[in-house]
Design a protein around this ligand. Structure first.
Ligand SMILES: Cc1ncc(COP(=O)(O)O)c(C=O)c1O
Length: 463
């Protein structure tokens, strides 16, 4: 328990910052002018292009379940900064831990080790089954890049398998085939593979030829690729969470495990989004399927910059192999920054409290919103389903939960999805305004917040 944290109720907003009743003016003039200014100096006006949305908003502060834009509009947030803020924004307990490290004077010495990194590593290894050893990094991209490099080093093979509709970061191996129009990908093939469609320019063709894209939930296509190429690793989100919530069919993850053992590739779970959000041990804990390596980030430190690569001891130890020809190069100036380490330790302590009661609460809130949305869809006569894992959910305007990107892209009503999100934002509920992006509930949300959301959704879908 961090000193000074006791005098504040943990998951709620300090009294002096309690939000005023919704005052959504729908004026975005200040946001607009901030964007205009920033566009002069920043390509696109924003530091990560996926954050550029319609309406263009500049945010000023966030606390608990809420965010405020530069015009003073308040939003009940379901975006969660693309996933990290599982405890809610600016969690007091986490902030106190960070402040304490700041005050203690430990900054980035960039030499040797410290007790904080050992403490976090021990916390992870004792609480996360898949984590026998841990390498701390900064971003999800670095973590998946290092995982694939480690897998190539260990197996001596170059080819990898990634999922159509999965996202694993922005490096050359994986910056492809997310939300890609079916016209570019072509019709479903199974068993078979798809062409690498880069998310942008600059990916060498030679590199693309090492990457094999298959549909999620399709074991036959994994076999097809393994018979043709020497595969070092298959990397997948255990639930596809960059196109909503696409869950593995029963037996799919176990099937991947068996194929990995049969063909000698490493199974890597990208738990950047699923990890810490659905359980401390990620989705591998929930599914009972053990990957060889896994990567975590986002909710690991409730929004502070950190990621990690974890896995089986004999594999992880290669990172420090005495023989330099056997160890992949994994290093970084900012690895294990003390402020991020403190935030991660505090976040994990919070998530461990009461034997995981936060997850039970998050799941109850998830059930509440799912049941409410399903009622509204029925009452409005709209074809739709709610796909959900714990606190993360997505409304698909189609008659079944999609099993892969082809299914989703061919059946989902994207126009209705876009329209719903725009209307929710106008009513002060921040459903990220890009189709199929999942919503995430935080521990700072309340039952009343969920009811408010349902009331607004009812208005949006009726109008
Ligand atoms: C599943 C998954 N893996 C990797 C990444 C890349 O993480 P980062 O943006 O921290 O590089 C993301 C980012 O959204 C992600 O969702």
């Amino acid at each position: 328990m961090v000193e000074g944290a006791e005098d504040h109720p943990r998951s709620s907003i300090p009294k002096e910052e309690l939000p005023v009743p919704a005052t959504h003016t729908q004026s975005y003039a200040t946001s607009k002018s901030i964007f205009e200014h920033n566009r002069k100096y920043i390509p696109g006006g924003v530091m990560s292009l996926p954050r550029r949305t319609e309406p263009e908003l500049a945010f000023e502060k966030a606390k608990g379940a809420f965010m405020w834009d530069a015009d003073g509009n308040r939003y009940l947030d379901y975006h969660a900064a693309f996933g990290p803020t599982v405890l809610g924004h600016n969690d007091h307990y986490v902030n106190v831990a960070v402040e304490r490290t700041l005050k203690a004077g430990l900054d980035l010495c960039g030499s040797g080790t410290n007790t904080l990194e050992g403490r976090l590593a021990e916390l992870m290894c004792t609480n996360i089954e898949v984590c026998e050893m841990v390498q701390i990094l900064n971003t999800g991209t670095e973590a998946t890049m290092s995982a694939l490099r480690l897998a190539r080093g260990i197996t001596g093979r170059d080819h990898i398998i990634v999922m159509q509709g999965g996202f694993n970061g922005s490096h050359n191996d994986v910056a492809c085939n997310v939300l890609t129009p079916i016209e570019l990908i072509g019709p479903r093939v199974s068993p078979g593979e798809y062409k690498y469609i880069p998310l942008g320019s600059g990916v060498p063709l030679a590199h693309q030829q090492l990457v094999h894209i298959v549909n999620f939930n399709d074991l036959d296509s994994v076999k097809y690729v393994c018979k043709r190429y020497p595969i070092a690793a298959l990397i997948t989100e255990p639930i596809l969470q960059n196109i909503g919530i696409i869950k593995p069919l029963p037996g799919y993850l176990q099937g991947l495990r068996e194929l990995a053992d049969k063909y000698g590739f490493l199974l890597i779970f990208d738990e950047v989004k699923t990890g810490f959000r659905h359980s401390l041990g990620g989705y591998s804990k929930i599914s009972g399927v053990r990957p060889d390596l896994a990567v975590f980030a986002k909710a690991m430190a409730n929004g502070y910059v950190i990621s990690c690569l974890v896995g089986k001891r004999e594999l992880m130890q290669c990172i420090a192999d005495a023989d330099p020809t056997k160890r992949p190069f994994v290093a970084g100036t900012y690895n294990g920054h003390p402020l991020s380490l403190s935030a991660a330790i505090a976040t994990i302590e919070r998530l461990l409290e009461g034997n995981g009661e936060i997850y039970e609460r998050l799941n109850r809130l998830g059930e509440q919103i799912q049941a409410g949305i399903e009622d509204i869809l029925r009452a409005c006569g709209i074809t739709g389903v709610v796909a959900r894992q714990g606190s993360a959910f997505c409304i698909y305007f189609m008659d079944h939960e999609p099993r892969d990107w082809h299914d989703l892209a061919s059946n989902h009503d994207f126009a209705r999805d876009r329209n719903m999100r725009q209307k929710m934002i106008q009513r002060g509920i921040y459903f990220f305004p890009v189709e199929t992006k999942q919503c995430s509930i935080s521990a700072a949300h309340t039952e009343a917040d969920i009811e408010l959301t349902l009331g607004m959704l009812d208005q949006c879908l009726h109008s």
